[in-house]
Design a protein around this ligand. Structure first.
Ligand SMILES: Nc1nc2c(ncn2[C@@H]2O[C@H](COP(=O)(O)OP(=O)(O)O)[C@@H](O)[C@H]2O)c(=O)[nH]1
Ligand SMILES: [Mg+2]
Length: 406
């Protein structure tokens, strides 16, 4: 039921920042009259706003359809990981339960009680679930969707929100079919299940909708990537940012998307951290706010799934020993990020050619002029760019090992 994003939204996502044109003009005029100092509070507010952006995703469907497993999969968790939703739990609470992302707790999945099989009033159900707080809804079914699923979807759409249909446990269906049939064609069987779901929903008043066939145990197969892309496409710029950063690293494309997003923040972080007192990065004469600098790199590390906890979760999910995943990563990137590590890796120290520098300054939309060669702004900018590039390359290697790509 997700429609296409507006052209305004598409144009916005092509700009090198998460600012609106209006905000950019304000930055420019503030910079013109008060320089960096006047711009900093605006940037601070923006960074805080981005960090605090909330995303609330409602997941509904009857007990046993695989909601909890799906909520864990979307966060890169196994049922045994800390913070995981309990799987196989038959207890039916009548209240939504929130499950925050382990590294980015403002992204939350909500487990909503099922709609049951008897008389059901979608409007009052949604009111009880506080439907307003959710950015979109996912209806999960392990078989055909039911009358109540269709009723609910219609009401959700009527109230102006998006709703997606997920057909879960496709791995189990295909497994049984493979055993039953002499000749087995996975693609054809999937299309049968798909058209069965789609036509069922059509008869219930939801024509030509998309149904995503997924296995929560195999995030790199079936329609799982297509589902993530559909959810992403329908979100506004800033919510999309939160959604992508909170996705587990399960494909090279996701790692690259995260890189693109984080890259857009770097000029703000460099402006905020640059130009303060001298700090002790051995071998570098750099005046900057080390807290902001280190904090940013740790954030990159977590978004790229290279912190220790994320690597353990990925190992659990893929059945690969964590040592094997860690072996794909430069040792310095695995531990705690400190000034010493920055110096030892040599981020920010490479000589940048003039054209490369100009290219970098080009994407900084407002205050390129403060990043003069040799300034501490330029130095922090370079460190952050190098760190992000390094972490991205290493995350890509981890994904390739974890999912045996190439
Ligand atoms: N084969 C398979 N089993 C699944 C999948 N998702 C969930 N399950 C199993 O289905 C059962 C119910 O899952 P759960 O997530 O607790 O469902 P919930 O009651 O809707 O939260 C558990 O035994 C899960 O292991 C899946 O994608 N494939
Ligand atoms: Mg459950």
């Amino acid at each position: 039921m997700g429609g296409s994003s507006s052209s305004q939204q598409a144009a916005q996502s092509q700009t090198p920042t998460f600012f609106t044109q209006e905000e950019l003009s304000k930055l420019k005029s503030e910079f013109a009259t008060g320089g960096v100092e006047k711009v900093k509070p605006l940037l601070e507010k923006k960074v805080t706003g981005l960090t605090n952006t909330e995303l609330n995703i409602a997941v509904t469907g009857d007990t046993g359809t695989g909601k909890s497993t799906f909520i864990n999969a979307m966060r890169g968790l196994c049922s045994e990981d800390e913070g995981a939703a309990a799987v196989g739990n038959t207890e039916t609470t009548m209240k939504p339960t929130g499950y925050p992302h382990p590294n980015l707790p403002n992204v939350r999945y909500w487990d909503l009680p099922g709609t049951g099989s008897t008389q059901f009033i979608a409007g009052s159900y949604l009111r009880e679930m506080q439907f307003k707080k959710y950015d979109f809804f996912i209806i999960v079914s392990a078989g055909r969707f039911r009358e109540n699923d269709a009723k609910l979807a219609k009401e959700i759409k009527w109230l102006g929100k998006r709703c997606y249909f997920v057909r879960s446990k496709i791995d189990a269906d295909l497994y049984s079919m493979r055993r039953e049939r002499k000749e087995f064609d996975e693609g054809a069987e999937m299309e049968m299940i798909r058209s069965d779901c789609v036509s069922g929903l059509g008869k219930a008043g939801i024509p030509n909708t998309t149904v995503f066939l997924i296995s929560s145990f195999e995030p790199d197969r079936y329609d799982f990537n297509r589902l993530k892309e559909a959810l992403e496409d329908d979100l506004t710029n800033i919510k999309k940012r939160a959604f992508i950063l909170a996705l587990p690293i399960e494909s090279v494309e996701i790692v690259r998307k995260k890189n693109e997003i984080l890259k857009k923040d770097i000029w703000m972080l460099a402006t905020l951290s640059g130009g303060v007192g001298a700090i002790p990065i051995p071998g570098l004469s750099l005046a900057c706010d080390i807290g902001i600098l280190i904090g940013a790199i740790i954030h990159f590390q977590e978004c790229m799934g290279l912190d220790d906890a994320s690597l353990h979760r990925l190992a659990n999910r893929t059945g690969k020993p964590v040592e094997e995943l860690k072996a794909a990563v430069k040792p310095h990137l695995l531990g705690k990020i400190t000034p010493d590590v920055i110096a030892r890796i040599g981020w920010g120290t490479a000589v940048v050619t003039v054209s490369a520098l100009e290219l970098a300054l080009n994407v900084i939309p407002v205050i390129g002029s403060i990043f003069g060669a040799g300034s501490s702004f330029l130095m922090t900018l370079k460190i952050l760019r190098d760190a992000l590039k390094d972490l991205t390359e290493n995350a890509e290697r981890v994904v390739r090992v974890a999912f045996e790509i190439n």
